[in-house]
Structures are given as structure tokens and as C-alpha cells.
Design a protein around this ligand. Structure first.
Ligand code: CA
Length: 227
């Protein structure tokens, strides 16, 4: 049974979620504070559901704390549009979000979708395993045979670079490829996502190298040797 860590201080919301998730055969560990959640982190979990408005720490800060030691998939529960902007605009390492009020079934469906995405079996190893491997139908990219835990923007960005290895993409071209509304994003948004993407790839690469090259004043390109 997949184990879920639920961090939500509103008891009524938590109770409905616990009930819905348990009905769908998830095992749920519920805490009402970020502090309590951090203490439980040494247990094995498959996914964390974090309320953004927690009494002792924001769900965003809790996510950053979790990210220091684990790549546990994170689903945010948000109450305000301004929080969604933060989830999408900043590199928080979250995997998805749902806005309150939500139906518990919707949350359970999102949880299942994330777990399916994460558990997508890596492609069978060839004689020389490639560094990066794109599975477009599952919308996953694996690095050294292990799926990368990417946000939607990171995924689209890396998929764009992988579509034409060796080609230099300007920041503007990357924005058009990876953002639905490129006008609202800025060049430094691309830089921030490239930075987090590199960190994720390096974490899964034995030599700690990353295949994305910066061409100063021009943009970014993917080293063709990485495919
Ligand atoms: Ca709350």
C-alpha cells in the first residue's frame, strides 16, 4: 500500500482526505504541523500532501526542508491564487497542487497520477545506458535509468532541449516551448529552472556532471553525447 504523509492543520479537511485516501487503499499518516511532519520523515513515504498554510511554517518552507534530504513527491493544497503563482513561478520542487475547496476524490486522483508518473518503469537498459531518456507518452525523462522528479516547466524545458541536441536555444525560444503564457515569464525564470534542472540531473549522475551547456549571451544547448 502506498504511504502518504498528509500535513494539514484543519481537522475537517484532514479527516475527509484521510477517509477518501484510505478508501482508495492508501495508508495515510496525518500530522497537523510541519515540525511533526519533519520528525516523521525518517519513515518511508511514497508521497507528501502539504497544506500551504500551516501554523508553524509554510508548506513551501516545509517542502524545501523535505527537499534537503529526499525527492519525495509533493502535492500542495492551496487556498489562494497567489500561492499558485509561487508554486509555478518559483522552484519549489512540488509535483502538483490542488486548490481549496477541492473534492477528496480529485486529490486521490492527483495522488494516483503522480505515483504513476514516478513509478513509471525506466526503459530497459541497452548495452550502454544513455544518460537521458525521454518517454513522451508517459511525459517522463529518466537519467541513468531512473526517472527524474521534474516539475511541469522543467519537464517541457528539458524535452525541448532534448528534441534538438546541440542546437542553441535562446531564453525566449525556451519560454515559448515550455511556458503556456511566455509573456508573463522572464529570462531569469528560465535561468532558475535550468539551475534546478541541472541539480536534479547531477544528483542522479555518477560523475556529478550535467549535459546542459550555457552559451554566454546566447542561451542553452544540450550536449548530444548525453543521449
Ligand atoms: Ca491551513
Amino acid at each position: 500500500m502506498p504511504r502518504i504523509l498528509l500535513v494539514e492543520d484543519e481537522t475537517s479537511i484532514a479527516d475527509t482526505l484521510v477517509y477518501a485516501l484510505e478508501t482508495e487503499h492508501f495508508e495515510v499518516c496525518h500530522t497537523t504541523t510541519a515540525g511533526e511532519a519533519l520528525e516523521k520523515l525518517h519513515h518511508h513515504f511514497d508521497l507528501a500532501i502539504l497544506d500551504v498554510g500551516l501554523p508553524d511554517m509554510s508548506g513551501f518552507d516545509l517542502c524545501s526542508e523535505i527537499r534537503k534530504s529526499s525527492s519525495l513527491p509533493v502535492l500542495f493544497l492551496t487556498a489562494r491564487d497567489s500561492e499558485i503563482d509561487r508554486i509555478l513561478g518559483l522552484e519549489l520542487g512540488g509535483d502538483d497542487y490542488v486548490t481549496k475547496p477541492f473534492s477528496p476524490r480529485e486529490v486521490a486522483a492527483r495522488v494516483r497520477a503522480i505515483l504513476r508518473r514516478m513509478g513509471n518503469p525506466p526503459p530497459p537498459p541497452t548495452s550502454e545506458p544513455s544518460t537521458l531518456n525521454h518517454n513522451p507518452s508517459a511525459m517522463t525523462i529518466s537519467c541513468h535509468g531512473k526517472p527524474l522528479n521534474l516539475t511541469a516547466h522543467e519537464y517541457k524545458l528539458l524535452a525541448a532541449l532534448m528534441s534538438q541536441p546541440g542546437r542553441i536555444f535562446t531564453r525566449e525560444q525556451i519560454l515559448i516551448k515550455a511556458w503556456d503564457d511566455p509573456g508573463s515569464a522572464m529570462d531569469r525564470t528560465v535561468d532558475a529552472h535550468i539551475k534546478s534542472l541541472r541539480a536534479k540531473i547531477r544528483a542522479q549522475t555518477p560523475e556529478g556532471k550535467d549535459p546542459i551547456e550555457t552559451r554566454r549571451g546566447l542561451g542553452y544547448t544540450l550536449n548530444p553525447d548525453s543521449l
